[in-house]
Design a protein around this ligand. Sequence first.
Ligand code: SF4
Ligand code: SF4
Length: 160
Amino acid sequence: MLKKILSAERCAECKGCCVFECYDIFETPIFSAENRNFILEKNPRAVFSKKDKGYVFVPQDPDSDGLFGCPALSENGCILGDSKPFECRIFPYKIMNLDGRLVIAISPCCEEIYKRPLSELVAFLKSGLSEKIFSYALTHPEIVTPYSESCPILLVGDFL
Ligand code: SF4
Ligand code: SF4
């Protein structure tokens, strides 16, 4: 979804948003049953628990840096390709709830995108992406996270 501004090759090299620390483990993606089954075929050691209408992975052994990798992460990047969860497809854009209102913000965790001018990031949203994000969030509220002040707001949408 962000291919015009972020290459799959760059993400495969970075993998930054596919590993989690203890404090942000609540932000792991929500997988569909199809995602979960596909991951289990490739990675039978993965463990999932039910969350909302989907599944989240259960963090197991951290690596030597104390990080927990997503079970869909491989040496070559995400094994789910274009079928990855919606919130992964729009990252580092994030859909958040600010006092009952939907906002699209940008995560500072992605150095590749965060260093771009905010005007460029807003223009890309306005080229059609924001409508898709707001519309998806209204039918899938489980992807909406509480607003965090570390994420600059780019666009404000409707009340929930
Ligand atoms: S942090 Fe940014 S560049 Fe790195 S994998 Fe995530 S979206 Fe791609
Ligand atoms: S589903 Fe894919 S893109 Fe999303 S966190 Fe896991 S490895 Fe990364």
